[in-house]
Design a protein around this ligand. Structure first.
Ligand code: COA
Length: 584
């Protein structure tokens, strides 16, 4: 079938449906929701059999839904309506939630029902639930709908849906998320912040400045007991976060977005708390988290061992890795390499393995008089390369990248620096850089990528800029295995596989082969040559006359609305161009 996506952005859920439907053999084209006339033009050009709206912020124009079957993916149970479906589910502490596929009509979220899929709720950020449970359920429901549509089935009227228990709920307002630091306990505060993470954040204040709060984690009683303070008081710091007392304990708050910057220099965006409030945070007592520590003690980096396997997790918010975070992670890898273990598993974060350079922190330097975004980009990419090199040169261990979440751009290539790459079945990879203003990329990708997939496929991946399902990545040799239907099942299985790898009868032979191969590769072309060649191009991206990367980063960080749909997604526009400008 020809399936057109009408979507606000090509976000993770849209990408997941894109790869799933293409995987079933459908022809999928994408039009970003820019204006009704543009959507109408896309429909006229593509002539779709079916239109899917995976993520829309506005209604589909009547001129389209009256003539075509349009499926709306709603992140709520049957009967649920309104723009804050997941937010309410978190605030109301629902035990089960779901996704419904509706046929668009004149009323928002009130169309006939094609399919629904449910999932148990867990405590977590809205964005984490969206990227995991909601996305997996949406894929199930959309595939079921497309099959039903193909064989001529009809949707169910809402009135006929016996299981409908959802209701129409309004937009969740800041007032309903408002934190009462004197009365709310930690669980209530966490659910308020989780319900608004990643957007819009909870409106509160830090150091007397009105701010939106994000990235909250429960604090242990040991951490809270270490420093005295009254509810609401900010009492300590760790990594880039601050510890704030609640009525029954404390929460770590990692990120903030002030309502207005002090000097009013442009629109504020999300940054670590310690970046916005460097002076105030520096005065707080530091409560560092040891690298090897119990799981409930929050911190970005954690290392633990099971038998001869070392596990290193790096839970960086949104998978973005700043210069300092790369340096700290590299030091942790160095330490792990010195341990008497055989296998080192790099776990990334719970939601993302890595998304490469920390674009928000780079963008922040562009707004500080004595700093430069080009310099910070340069420092960041060098720190990423140092980290990748540390992994590549781990010749006393077999290394595994275990992707519990998606990986994009430099983060996808960082994963390839390990000997073995595993991912769970719903992981999406975006192994390309060009979307960020034509970045050339580094992280030794010119060494790592062709080695895994061959030169032709490497070029295709870089140029097509499409997301890749984990199963497709296995098929083309980019990664080694995909297993586990979710991050939890995957983590358990990855642990078992890693222990088995460390105990395997041919472990020594595999390690010896790895060393020989590295030596041969080094003799053929040293790693530093790959790096230098990549960095020459990156230097041009950062410091050259073409500002595309700086412009793209600005747009990305400031979440500027799209002005057009990129050609690699809008297949219908390419066909149109070919038809109107046939090659001679
Ligand atoms: N630096 C800073 N923030 C990043 C980031 C990065 N490298 N990558 C993602 N984020 C943030 C997004 O701004 C977004 O923030 P929010 O919490 O305010 O919504 C959040 O992470 C999720 O990103 P989003 O784009 O919504 O996720 P997605 O799953 O739909 O898409 C990617 C994933 C990787 C395709 C997309 O995030 C992306 O293109 N990131 C940039 C990658 C890059 O170019 N890195 C630099 C070169 S190495």
């Amino acid at each position: 079938m020809r399936i057109l996506f009408l979507t606000h952005s090509f976000n993770s859920l849209t990408q997941r449906l894109f790869v799933a439907l293409r995987g079933c053999g459908h022809q999928v084209s994408v039009e970003l929701d820019i204006a009704d006339s543009v959507s109408e033009e896309a429909v006229a050009l593509f002539k779709p059999d079916l239109i899917v709206a995976p993520f829309l912020k506005r209604a589909i124009p009547a001129s389209i839904w009256q003539r075509h079957v349009c499926l709306v993916v709603h992140p709520g149970i049957v009967g649920d309506r309104g723009p804050s479906a997941l937010d309410w589910a978190i605030i109301n502490r629902e035990s089960e939630w779901g996704v419904t596929v509706l046929q668009a009509n004149a009323e928002m979220d009130a169309g006939d029902i094609w399919a629904q899929a449910s999932f148990p709720m867990r405590i977590g950020k809205k964005s984490s639930l969206y990227r995991n449970e909601v996305t997996a359920a949406a894929a199930r429901a959309v595939l079921e709908t497309v099959e039903k549509f193909a064989i001529g089935k009809r949707p169910l009227r809402l009135a006929e849906a016996v299981e409908a228990r959802g209701i129409l709920r309004p937009l969740l307002q800041q007032m309903q998320r408002c934190i009462d630091w004197q009365r709310d306990d930690s669980a209530a505060i966490l659910s308020k912040i989780n319900s608004a993470d990643s957007f819009p954040g909870v409106l509160d204040s830090l150091f007397d400045m009105p701010c939106h709060l994000y990235d909250a984690h429960p604090a242990t009683s040991a951490a809270v007991a270490a420093v005295a303070g009254a509810p609401g008081e900010i009492i300590a710091r760790r990594d880039h976060a601050v510890l704030r007392r609640t009525s029954d304990g404390g929460v770590w708050i990692g990120h903030a977005r002030p309502v207005q910057t002090a000097d009013d220099a442009g629109k504020p965006f999300k940054l670590p708390v310690a970046d916005w409030f460097a002076v105030q945070v520096a005065q707080l007592p530091e409560l560092p988290a040891a690298l090897m520590r119990p799981v409930d003690e929050w911190g970005e980096l954690r290392y633990w061992e099971e038998g001869a396997v070392g596990f290193l997790s790096f839970d960086f918010y949104n998978g973005a890795m700043s210069t300092g975070q790369c340096q700290r992670l590299r030091a942790a890898v160095q330490l792990a390499k010195q341990r008497p273990t055989r296998v080192l598993v790099l776990l990334g974060g719970e939601d993302f393995f890595s998304n490469g350079l920390h674009l928000n922190r780079i963008e922040a330097t562009a707004h500080r008089p004595s700093e430069s975004a080009a310099d910070e980009s340069w420092n960041n990419i060098n720190a990423m390369d140092d980290l990748a090199l540390e992994i590549l040169t781990a010749t006393d261990h077999l290394t595994v990248s275990a992707l519990r979440g998606n990986a994009g751009a430099g983060g996808a290539f960082l994963a390839l620096a390990a000997d073995i790459v595993w991912a769970h079945e719903n992981v999406l990879l975006n192994p390309h850089y060009k979307n960020m203003g034509n970045l050339y990329g580094s992280e030794y990708w010119t060494y790592l990528l062709p080695q895994r997939v061959g030169t032709g496929a490497a070029r295709g991946l870089m140029q097509n800029r499409h997301p890749l399902a984990a199963s497709d990545a296995v098929r083309m040799g980019l990664i080694d295995a995909a297993f586990g239907h979710d991050a939890h099942a995957f983590s358990t299985e990855a642990g078992i596989r890693a222990v088995a790898l460390a105990q395997s009868h041919d472990f020594d032979a595999r390690l010896a082969t790895k060393r020989v191969r590295r030596e041969q590769d080094e003799a053929a072309k040293p790693l530093h040559s790959y790096r230098e060649e990549e960095l020459v191009k990156m230097h041009r991206n950062f410091y050259g006359f073409d500002p595309s990367y700086h412009v793209a980063r600005y747009h990305f960080v400031h979440k500027m609305p799209h002005a057009w749909t990129p050609r690699h997604l809008a297949v219908h526009r390419n066909n149109f161009l070919r038809e109107t400008n046939p090659s001679p």
